[in-house]
Write a protein that binds this ligand. Structure first.
Ligand code: SF4
Ligand code: SF4
Length: 374
């Protein structure tokens, strides 16, 4: 894919006719986008957890509805699903995100990717378990949410593929690949192993999230709906619009390289070539772990002690226990009747607890130096 195209439109609210028109026009712009021989379509939204659409954590159901209608109108069998993070109740996720309601109105099947089997594939020494559903559907539509991310700085189309990994395997991978660079390499392996199965990608940025994403940030009306058949090109353009530079997002450069794409060759509508989302707050996620990279190795030990951050449970905690079950290294203890406690010395700073807490009750404690740069 040498000269990929990224489609971008300003859509200020979740307006179904406007989204239907955009979906049909984006698909029509892809050379060779043929679905006539395909029987079954799989739609992969972001369903991180049981968050209502207005929290802007998950893909909005009206965006999904526009895509569902496109395929149902063409008499396709539609499956839609994800493997929500941590130890959440999947039925509650479908209800809260608005997916159950879609399944009542349209002839679609909502599936938990954790229960459909998986195959384990290897990319350059990294093996990844990927849901079998990817090989059961002829067309796969990846529908991400436009957000900042505490571990990878930005989350768009490529990071959304992480939901193709079954349930608790994801948690275990956070333990195996704890730091940003190791986790980015895992994402790249997943991307390399799945990209030929993904037909098209959308990013729902009509209301996105900045600040401390992917779940505790601030919903922001970006008014943007993006699409491309290139995951790497789409993420590059979306991250740039949010104010990130190439190397702020740890997998972006390698993902573009893997698809043989030069950023200058990506086609975007003229009016969006230099577009920046006004006043997007990306400061909090930008330098979190990369800061260490710029410190000479002899000084790292000392620097690590002064540049420190870790999650703490605030008194907003509702004692649901989700963070305790989501921690891949059991660094959170929980005594009955009390709020959970993070054992700093065990924590690998994967931020799964921060990501999974449904009540924004986990704060990030930062040392004085960390506060200066983050
Ligand atoms: S911190 Fe959040 S996830 Fe953990 S128990 Fe409290 S409310 Fe639940
Ligand atoms: S306490 Fe939170 S950030 Fe630390 S390892 Fe556990 S889930 Fe990850």
């Amino acid at each position: 894919m040498i000269n990929p195209t990224v489609q971008v439109r300003k859509i200020e609210s979740y307006d179904l006719p406007a989204l239907e028109e955009a979906v049909a026009s984006y698909f029509a712009s892809v050379k060779g986008f043929k679905i006539s021989r395909c029987k079954r379509v799989f739609i992969k939204p972001n369903a991180l957890g049981a968050y209502p659409p207005e929290r802007a954590v998950t893909t909005h159901p009206i965006v999904l509805e526009a895509i569902i209608r496109y395929f149902v109108d063409r008499k396709k069998e539609v499956w839609m699903g994800d493997s929500p993070g941590g130890a959440v109740n999947v039925a509650k996720v479908w209800d809260t995100c608005g997916f159950s309601e879609l399944a009542e109105r349209y002839p679609i099947k909502v599936i938990n990717l954790s229960t459909e089997g998986f195959r384990e594939l290897n990319y350059r020494g990294t093996s990844v378990k990927i849901s079998e559903v990817l090989w059961k559907c002829g067309v796969v539509i990846n529908v991400a949410k436009y957000k900042t991310h505490s571990l990878t700085a930005f989350t768009g189309a490529l990071k959304n593929l992480y939901g193709l990994i079954p349930g608790m395997v994801k948690t275990d991978y956070h333990r195996q690949y704890p730091d940003t660079i190791a986790f980015a390499n895992l994402l790249l392996a997943l991307f390399a192993l799945t990209r030929n199965r993904i037909t098209y990608n959308f990013i729902d940025g009509i209301v996105g999230m900045d600040g401390a994403g992917p779940s505790a940030g601030t919903p922001r009306n970006f008014g943007l709906f993006l699409g491309s058949n290139s995951i790497a090109a789409l993420d590059y353009i979306a991250a740039k619009m949010l104010g990130f530079k190439m190397d702020d997002v740890p997998y972006l450069r390698a993902a573009l390289h893997l698809e043989g794409i030069l950023p200058s060759r990506i086609k975007v509508p003229t009016s969006f070539q230099h577009y920046r989302i006004p006043h997007a707050d990306i400061r909090v996620v930008k330098l979190r772990k990369e800061t260490l990279k710029y410190v000479p190795s002899v000084a790292r030990h000392v620097f690590k002690r002064v540049f420190d951050f870790y999650p703490i449970v605030s008194n907003r905690c509702k004692q649901c226990g989700i963070c305790v079950k989501s921690c891949p290294v059991q660094a959170i203890s929980w005594a009955e009747g009390d709020i959970p406690f993070v054992h700093k010395e065990l924590c690998i700073k994967c931020m799964c607890c921060h990501e999974m807490c449904p009540h924004k009750a986990i704060d990030i404690h930062k040392s004085f130096i960390a506060r200066l740069v983050m």
